[in-house]
Ligand binder design. Structure first.
Ligand code: SF4
Length: 286
């Protein structure tokens, strides 16, 4: 554990040198607004989340009462850019109705209740899961919880900070043990920044990654061999214990593979064709 904490601390120092941590006050707002924004962000890119939230706030005041009484079709059309807009619209109406009718239009219990009690009450709201609850608790009430989104989950596993098969609660408690509570917000934001800039789900940029010296996944045979590891193989990428799924070599990798093969007098592997859409539904395309 001491080793893991020391490595976790070194990683944090490097991340702070390479990425900016936003001020907590600039992202925390009214807890109800943070809740709605987080619901919209599920399975949605940051840019589209922002656009959908802006559309919604132009159409309605973001309050439990107004959203609970809002026309569902109008909410849907505001959220269309975010994807899953029908189910998100339904969840937003339901959660707004519950907060309006059962909580007097306020989530102020997050400031007064003990953390675990407030967390449970948030998770009991319709459509609110542990990640959304943790974001509201950390961002608004500055509670000592470390939310795990898709980037935090992927990056912390590749960095070996938590087991590769850990589920939400295990990742959260593993990171909470590895870092002191004062760093939870920074760790959350910085792992997201690293995941977006370098440690992408597909084709992570390990060679350029600022924490590669501390990352066990960067030393995996696949990563060490670089482009040559792609030669002549149908390839399913593993970075450390984290499966990336089927990967197609990038244009740069294919070019370097061809150069290596020419140098060695071998034929370059055939380029794997991109699947082309026939424009027909799958049932008719065959
Ligand atoms: S070295 Fe590679 S696997 Fe490790 S954190 Fe960086 S991009 Fe991710």
């Amino acid at each position: 554990m001491a080793d893991r904490r020391a490595r976790a601390a070194e990683i944090l120092v490097i991340l702070r040198r390479n990425f900016r941590v936003p001020r907590l006050s600039s992202v925390a707002d009214d807890p109800f607004k943070v809740l709605i924004r987080t619901i919209i962000s599920q399975s949605t890119a940051e840019r589209n989340t922002r656009r959908a939230y802006d559309n919604l706030s132009r159409s309605f005041p973001i309050t439990p009462e107004r959203l609970s009484k809002a026309n569902a079709k109008k909410i849907e059309s505001s959220l269309r850019v975010a994807g899953l807009y029908r189910s998100k619209s339904k969840i937003i109406k339901e959660v707004s109705k519950t907060i309006h009718e059962s909580y007097g239009d306020s989530l102020d219990f997050i400031y007064s209740e003990p953390t675990e009690v407030a967390r449970k009450r948030l998770i009991d709201l319709p459509g609110v899961g542990p990640k959304t609850a943790d974001i509201v608790l950390l961002f608004c009430a500055k509670r000592p919880v470390l939310p795990v989104d898709t980037h935090v989950d992927r990056v912390s596993k590749r960095l070996g900070l938590v087991p590769s098969n850990a589920r939400y609660e295990e990742v959260r408690s593993g990171l909470q043990e590895a870092y002191p509570p004062k760093d939870y917000f920074a760790v959350h934001m910085l792992l997201i920044s690293l995941g977006r800039a370098y440690c992408r789900a597909l084709n992570p940029l390990c060679q350029e990654c600022p924490v590669r010296e501390k990352c066990p996944s960067s030393k995996s045979p696949l990563m060490r061999k670089g482009p040559r590891s792609f030669i002549g193989r149908e390839h399913h990428g593993m970075v450390g214990n984290y499966r990336l799924g089927p990967m197609r070599p990038s244009a740069t990798v294919r070019k370097r593979s061809s150069q290596i093969c020419r140098t060695r007098g071998r034929r370059a592997p055939a380029r794997s064709p991109r699947p082309r859409s026939s424009g027909l539904p799958p049932s008719q395309a065959a």
